[in-house]
Design a protein around this ligand. Sequence first.
Ligand SMILES: Cc1cc2nc3c(=O)[nH]c(=O)nc-3n(C[C@H](O)[C@H](O)[C@H](O)COP(=O)(O)O)c2cc1C
Length: 138
Amino acid sequence: MQRILYISTARSDFDTAALDGILRASRRNNAAAGVTGLLLFGGRRFLQALEGPEPAVAGVFDRIARDPRHFAVVKLSRKTIETRMFGEWAMGYRPARTPGDSFETDDLRTIVERLVEPIDDVTLRAEFTSFAALHAAA
Ligand SMILES: Cc1cc2nc3c(=O)[nH]c(=O)nc-3n(C[C@H](O)[C@H](O)[C@H](O)COP(=O)(O)O)c2cc1C
């Protein structure tokens, strides 16, 4: 099996409905393809891990990379794995900022910490949490 980790930048503002649409499509398609992973959204950046049989991961990644809703898709790592880190699909995102609201900068960090808690691989967990720390401050 293989695991890909990539980062990308959202083309425009993503509200909860847009994120929910991606989450629904991901759950449906990834389950059918035997792909699991985690998608994080913080401000304008996405970080996603995809894992599963190599052709399935490559297929899902190619489709995602062509999605016009984001750009600057950069693969951070691609490695062969024996076991899955993510038993099921999960997704975290920073809530949209609305005018007049006080802005809690550690929202994303808190969400990510909860999401990455079950990840045994220290390096992978650190990749997610440092991403969250970086973008929660943006
Ligand atoms: C940041 C980001 C992550 C995405 N992740 C997935 C994913 O893991 N699986 C997936 O099938 N689609 C994902 N999508 C959506 C795909 O690009 C595409 O819209 C979708 O797979 C089309 O599915 P459908 O033909 O079933 O509607 C993602 C899109 C974005 C912008």
